[in-house]
Design a protein around this ligand. Structure first.
Ligand SMILES: Cc1cc2nc3c(=O)[nH]c(=O)nc-3n(C[C@H](O)[C@H](O)[C@H](O)COP(=O)(O)OP(=O)(O)OC[C@H]3O[C@@H](n4cnc5c(N)ncnc54)[C@H](O)[C@@H]3O)c2cc1C
Length: 398
């Protein structure tokens, strides 16, 4: 092909911008990114943002590859070197606590905790000198087929595009307008998210305590605080929004079994309903879904954006390889290569997370004992541990 293939990415979130950054290095693509939200901004003099993500080393590598990582690590990111996961019926120091240490796997860290807004901003910043056309405050209003491509309106007149990528999150307007179903299961849990000051140092350790009502995740932040993701009954999470700081601190200290001593609350709080959702298909001619637009998973293993990044990387490589082979990238058989590689991997992760959440929520003493024995056996099994770490580090995408 002599002229560039026109691609529009709807959604300038973390996954949409990573895809734009990956494709922008290939002049055979002409890129436009539209987003309903205003221009991304980031101010490192403000307190840490509420929304943070645990980024696996593979995601860090992708961000580095497009030149966005220096803009993140040079501002604020917190490495975590250890992980501790335990059942509420056991002690955090007991033999059934699943422990991972970076040293054991010969890596400098297991991952980084980074504000979502910083990941988004650094990606946007890395694209400022590119030829990508951005349109912010431009919600998708209309989408229809146009020949072998698509025609859409987003904050202006009708625009034609050869390939439209839906990276517009869990409530994807692209997915709905294209008539793609999504199988959804509510977890009957909402996540309360807030940052807390622990009495004892977090020692760069990510912790998770599984309670019958849902997991309590504690991620170490660079300023010494921890970011808590407390998945619990929707009414309990909602009620926690209006508790006093003292009462919330007491409740979360109890829920954490005082593993870091008393936790002091203060600052922003948010509640997020949790669900598993999977699009029945990721592609059709001239259209592809990536990230949360294609799949939403439980945050218990901090995998959501890491899966979205793996989608973006694979789609970019499939599109580039198609051009190398003289094929037309928006063709369905080309896009199916992306879908085949990613849908099964994402489904596997989604099922594993749903299963884990159910297993730990089962309140029977028999299942509780089984869980503890299983965790002890897991601790002693080299191959199982290696496989789990490979997945957590993003080294294995299956
Ligand atoms: C409590 C919680 C904790 C989490 N922790 C982790 C973690 O530790 N690690 C991890 O990997 N993942 C985590 N996740 C998941 C992660 O946040 C998501 O997977 C990730 O944000 C998805 O990114 P995305 O770019 O696909 O979608 P989004 O972040 O939802 O971005 C979508 C973009 O599309 C735009 N948009 C939406 N609708 C339209 C429209 N109609 N027109 C134009 N633009 C539109 C939006 O403005 C936005 O910019 C967590 C999730 C939750 C709820």
């Amino acid at each position: 092909m002599t002229r560039p293939v026109e691609i529009t990415i709807v959604g300038a979130g973390m996954t949409g911008l990573l895809l734009a950054a990956l494709l922008s290095r290939d002049s055979r693509f002409s890129l436009r990114v539209v987003d309903a939200a205003p221009l991304p901004r980031y101010d490192e003099t403000l307190p840490l943002g509420l929304r943070v993500s645990a980024l696996a080393p593979m995601s860090v590598e992708l961000l580095d590859g497009v030149g966005a990582w220096p803009g993140i690590i040079g501002r604020r990111a917190s490495a975590y070197e250890r992980m501790r996961v335990w059942d509420a019926s056991a002690s955090p120091d007991g033999p059934s606590t699943v422990c991972f240490d970076a040293d054991e796997f010969a890596v400098p860290e297991l991952g980084f905790i980074v504000e979502n807004s910083l990941v988004q901003y650094a990606l946007y910043e890395s694209l400022l000198s590119s030829s990508v056309v951005f349109e912010f405050e431009a919600p998708l209003e209309r989408l229809e087929r146009h020949g072998s491509g698509w025609r859409y309106a987003a904050g202006g007149g009708l625009v034609e595009t050869e390939l439209l990528v839906g990276a517009d999150g869990g409530r994807s307007a692209v997915r709905r307008a294209a008539g793609i179903d999504s199988a959804e299961t509510a977890y009957e849990q909402h996540a309360l998210v807030t940052h807390l000051e622990p009495e004892y140092p977090h020692e760069r350790t990510a912790r998770q305590r599984f309670l019958p009502s849902g997991p309590l995740g504690m991620l170490p932040l660079g300023d010494g605080r921890i970011s808590v993701v407390w998945s619990t009954a929707p009414e309990e999470a909602e009620a926690a929004l209006s508790l006093s700081d003292d009462e919330l601190g007491r409740r979360l200290s109890n829920a954490s079994d005082y593993v870091l001593g008393a936790l002091r609350a203060g600052g922003e709080r948010g509640v997020f309903p949790l669900r598993a959702a999977h699009a029945s298909r990721y592609v059709e001619a001239g259209l592809a879904l990536i990230g949360d637009a294609a799949h939403s998973v439980h945050p218990l293993a901090g995998q959501g954006v890491n899966l979205g990044f793996a989608d973006a990387a694979l789609l970019a490589s499939v599109l580039g390889a198609a051009l190398d082979a003289g094929e037309y990238p928006p063709d369905r058989p080309v896009l199916r290569r992306y879908e085949r590689a990613r849908r099964g991997a994402n489904a596997g992760m989604m099922n594993a997370l749903t299963g884990l959440n159910r297993l730990f929520a089962a309140d029977s003493p028999f299942v509780g004992e089984l869980r503890k024995t299983g965790m002890m056996l897991f601790n002693r099994s080299g191959p199982l541990r290696e496989k789990a770490v490979a997945i957590a580090l993003g080294m294995s995408r299956r």
